[in-house]
Design a protein around this ligand. Sequence first.
Ligand code: AMP
Ligand code: MG
Length: 419
Amino acid sequence: MKRLPNDCFSNIEDMLAVDEARAEITKNILQITDTEIVNLEDASGRILAEDMYALFPVPPADNSAVDGYAFWHADYENQNDRKFEVAGRSAAGKPYSGSLTEGQCVKIFTGAPMPDRCDSIAMIEDISEFDGKVEMPRGLTQSVNRRFAGEDIKAGSLVLNKGTSLRPQEIGHLACIGKLEIPVFKKIRIALLSTGDELENPGDALPFGSIYDSNRYMLSALLRKYGCIVKDFGIVPDTYGTLRDTLVKAAKESDLVITSGGVSMGDEDHVKSAIEATGSLHFWRIAIKPGRPLALGQIKGTAFVGLPGNPVAAMVCAMQFVRPIIARLSGDQLYTPPIPMFGAANFSMKKKTGRREWLRGRYSLDENGAGKIEKYHSTGSGLISSLVWSNGLIELDEKTSIIDEGDKLRFLPYSELFE
Ligand code: AMP
Ligand code: MG
């Protein structure tokens, strides 16, 4: 199935703010519609393809929230000595099946169904049983320590919406309504390749003038964190024909093609012409640093993103722009960009206004337990060591022009950016 019915990235000429670029992405990318059924234990991280309803209430029956003695509150109010006879026992999974008369109670355990003619529970800690009798403490209100049928989930209610990304708690939610077979959207397939005559694979020899391909390994790890299937198309040399043929093949076998490098305007940058021969390519100028113009396009209806070659720029653009594309393609309808944490800068700097910048930062707590943010000593977008040193990105908004020590800064932890 082809994902892009028209030349959807074409009408962007002005400089875009980050939020505008993200909004355009959301507007133009269509989600894949192929679904499959997976078992509940394999559903973590998948995107729900149908609304889920509860067919019965949860909990299914009134039950006890504590270990104690279940009784009828009207009896308790009528009796001066608050003494009850223990008529039986109700444990979780082993309910009491008898019926009670006035002045009787049942020893009950957490999660056990409420016995007949009981509406309240006194806690075991407050009572001593002697000779088959208990004396209830004073001041118990009606329904104390009782959990009601349906107080968590009502019968017939919508439990989870189509488009929900399933976290451990949603898996638990589906389990408690008894679902085993879960309809989810198929994982999206991403064809990933690196361009550059200088690139070699780790494990191979490194001739003079070469470097190891780090982007493909780094991006593949990131994309798999995002729940995608990554198809590795290797390193493609800076040769027009090879690049074109590989891109066509990649597009045929995937929902999204991602390249890194080769999208500047140098003599050796053939991605543009190779894509234009088979699809279309547009360079969006987004007001950001790091990042060159972001190349977006399509090859025979399959979405294409050309990331910068410099590892830091490639990684930042992937987290900021590829992530929402993946969310959109995968049907993750509740995706929102990460919510920042805040902390105080331990540095000062100047910044150009009118663009958003992401610096490699490290968030920690100072001696008073307040959030503190440091930045990497250099901003070079080729420095992979800055990504390793940091635990997230400092986000400086478009309006900021100067940062003084102690200013409150936005911080996006990798734990959020990798979600
Ligand atoms: P390019 O965008 O192709 O001009 O590349 C910009 C810079 O990033 C150059 O220094 C490249 O050598 C480097 N680069 C490109 N691709 C990769 C890669 N896959 N891994 C590491 N560095 C790369
Ligand atoms: Mg290159």
